[in-house]
Design a protein around this ligand. Structure first.
Ligand code: T4K
Length: 377
């Protein structure tokens, strides 16, 4: 097979969804003429309403980023001691626990979704456990019913890291309606974004009310602070971008679905490459196109493929490698022992996220697939 030509321009892992500048300008003019730039202004309030409708959440609050939102969720539920979580996630999940003086307890993941393995949660529960923090990794929903049963049995709170799961539904039920609180990241690299931003959805309006105080230093009115807060507000410019990006998100998800299906079709017969199976009844949002490469059958390790593709101007990402439990600051925790996390450890060596956004040309997808087929041969 002839060596494929490299791409003329770099193909990056993603490209943020951007509204037309002329559609954004009228909102910018409104902000400029009001001179309300932040502190729960009109744009932020409007976006909270619109996102609440989109995500089918009666109680939703916006934050300056997903990480601070996650930390606020931990404070909100007054967690202490240990929280059971997954090592197969972005550092922000584990870091948020540590920042709230909580001890992460790592639980292995299931091979088919790479989400928290519900069969291993109970054995990790101790007197100090106060919550479970699962992640809907790559938008694949966790086993929410089983997690809820365990939480009720042991009186634990559940915070879902739904950073990747914007718009995902299980049998018509919004993903953010499970657990006590769910966090969505609205970062530029996500399918829906406010440049930087985060959202929490809550089981009740009292939690939302407290979260709104906490994101504004804890201030209630001008002169009262009941509990210490932080500064976690989304500003007006970000909210305006979010209002415009929301108009584009459905089309973006449709485009991504086509791209993912094209990757699946073109790579389906390549030994050593596998995709996640879709679960019946789930409305997916296609935030990443992650394949798993088993070097034995493919003939190259995931790392070799990742490096080799760079020579062709294709920049993939190893989401999520290394495991959070492998970071220097966490690796001495007993539950971080790699022998206790065999499924997560294997996945971290195999996963590779391919370039994906809704505007990626099919010709480019085909060329990336041809490159992978060429590497296989
Ligand atoms: N929980 C989970 C499970 C998460 O995945 C995340 C974040 C969080 C919590 C925390 O949420 P936030 O606090 O971030 O809201 C990215 C993102 O920064 C991060 O939001 C995301 N997860 C993580 C999985 O990925 P990097 O280090 O991969 O991003 P970076 O800068 O390398 O960007 C990737 C590619 O995107 C680049 O090749 C170019 C393109 N890009 C990126 C940016 C920022 C652009 O074209 N424009 C841009 O503005 O972390």
């Amino acid at each position: 097979m002839k060596r494929p030509a490299p791409f003329e321009k770099p193909i990056l892992i993603t490209k943020p969804l951007l509204p037309e500048l002329e559609e954004l300008m009228p909102l910018m003019e409104k902000i400029w003429s009001s001179s309300q730039l932040t502190n729960n202004g009109a744009m932020a309030r409007q976006l909270e309403k619109e996102l609440g409708l989109y995500l089918k959440a009666d109680n939703l609050s916006l934050f300056s980023n997903g990480t601070i939102a996650l930390q606020i969720a931990c404070k909100l539920l007054r967690l202490s001691g240990e929280v059971i979580t997954t090592p197969f996630t972005f550092a922000a999940t584990t870091n948020s626990l540590a920042w709230c003086n909580l001890n992460p307890v790592f639980c292995d993941v299931e091979d088919d979704t790479l989400n928290l393995d519900v069969n291993h949660i109970e054995e990790l529960i101790t007197e100090k456990t106060t919550a479970i923090l699962p992640v809907h990794v790559f938008g694949n929903p966790c086993k929410v019913d089983r997690i809820q049963q365990i939480a009720e049995k042991y009186n634990l709170k559940v915070i879902y890291d739904a950073a990747h799961a914007f718009g995902v539904e299980i049998d018509g039920r919004a993903i953010g309606s499970f657990g006590d609180v769910s966090m969505f990241s609205l970062h530029a690299t996500k399918i829906y974004h406010t440049i930087e931003g985060g959202a929490l959805t809550f089981g009740n309006r009292y939690l939302k009310q407290r979260a709104d105080w906490i994101r504004n230093f804890g201030l209630i009115g001008e002169a009262c602070i009941m509990e210490p807060g932080t500064n976690g507000k989304l500003n007006e410019v970000q909210a305006a971008v979010g209002l415009q990006v929301l108009k584009l998100v459905d089309k973006e998800i449709e485009g991504r679905k086509l791209v993912v299906n094209r990757y699946k079709e073109k790579l389906k017969n390549i030994p050593g490459i596998r995709f996640f199976n879709e679960i019946d009844g789930v409305k997916y949002n296609y935030p990443y196109c992650v394949i798993r490469i088993s070097s034995g059958s493919f003939g190259m390790t995931r790392d070799e493929v990742h490096e080799e593709l760079k020579k062709y101007n294709v920049f993939t990402r190893r989401y999520f490698y290394p495991l959070c439990s492998n970071f220097q600051c966490y690796r001495n925790i007993p539950s971080a022992d790699v022998h206790r996390l065999p499924v997560a450890a294997a996945a971290a060596q195999e996963v590779l996220a391919l370039p994906l956004h809704g505007r990626l040309e099919m010709d480019d997808v085909d060329r990336i697939c041809e490159l992978l087929i060429y590497l296989f041969k």
